[in-house]
Design a protein around this ligand. Structure first.
Ligand SMILES: [Zn+2]
Length: 103
């Protein structure tokens, strides 16, 4: 499941590209460090780099991906992704943003 699935067409990243991306990240979740095996398969998390006008994909385990999508990441985790709280906020679909959160 991709973050923007409902809003725009699927981003076409091929199997080869995905394998290469996972390799860059040592086949681990970028947030908690679970390996592909430990996580039972890593998922594609789409990060949109507003400053550079592009987006890229990073591997995340299902647990972290869910937190990412529902806006539950901590500031430390956001920084690990190379994001700022402001840019992260813009990545989350409005309807999924929790109420009374830290922003
Ligand atoms: Zn994780």
């Amino acid at each position: 499941m991709s973050l923007f699935e409902e809003e725009r067409p699927r981003q076409g990243i091929g199997k080869t590209e995905w394998e290469a991306i996972k390799k860059i990240h040592n086949n681990k979740c970028v947030l908690c460090g679970r390996t592909d095996k430990q996580a039972g398969g890593l998922e594609k998390a789409h990060l949109k780099a507003y400053s550079r006008g592009g987006s890229h994909v990073v591997p995340m385990c299902a647990i972290c991906h869910k937190k990412f999508d529902s806006g539950q990441l901590t500031v430390t985790q956001i920084k690990k992704l190379g994001l700022t709280p402001t840019s992260y906020k813009r990545l989350i679909p409005k309807k999924k943003r929790p109420n009374n959160s830290w922003w």
